[in-house]
Design a protein around this ligand. Structure first.
Ligand SMILES: [Zn+2]
Length: 110
């Protein structure tokens, strides 16, 4: 079971993570606009630009996926239901939560 101190630490961690993801999303939107392929660059560099764009999009997808999970974790903390594995209902170790605060499963069930 998590102590109050651990819970507070995780809550801060999650809030910071949410903030970081939001900032990163804003930056990435600018980047995607900046690398719009244009006719003045060669074929190879255009491919590079497209590849970079794909990577940026993939990162964005992952962030979009992670953000609601982090927000859900905050909700669970508010409800006093955070830190229990959804499948086996055992407590998820603090170390695992610190590494992956949005996780809903213990290492055994994941
Ligand atoms: Zn479990």
């Amino acid at each position: 079971m998590l102590t109050v101190d651990e819970l507070v630490e995780l809550e801060v961690l999650i809030s910071e993570e949410i903030e970081k993801l939001q900032v990163r999303s804003a930056e990435s939107a600018e980047e995607r606009e900046a690398i719009t392929p244009d006719v003045s660059i060669g074929r190879l560099s255009r491919l590079d630009a497209m590849q970079i764009q794909e990577i940026a999009k993939e990162g964005e997808r992952r962030r979009k996926d992670r953000l609601p999970r982090l927000e859900y974790a905050l909700d669970l903390i508010d409800l006093g239901k955070y830190g229990k594995c959804e499948r086996c209902h055992n407590w998820i170790p603090f170390a695992r939560l610190k590494e992956q605060p949005e996780t809903l499963l213990c290492a055994g069930c994941a």
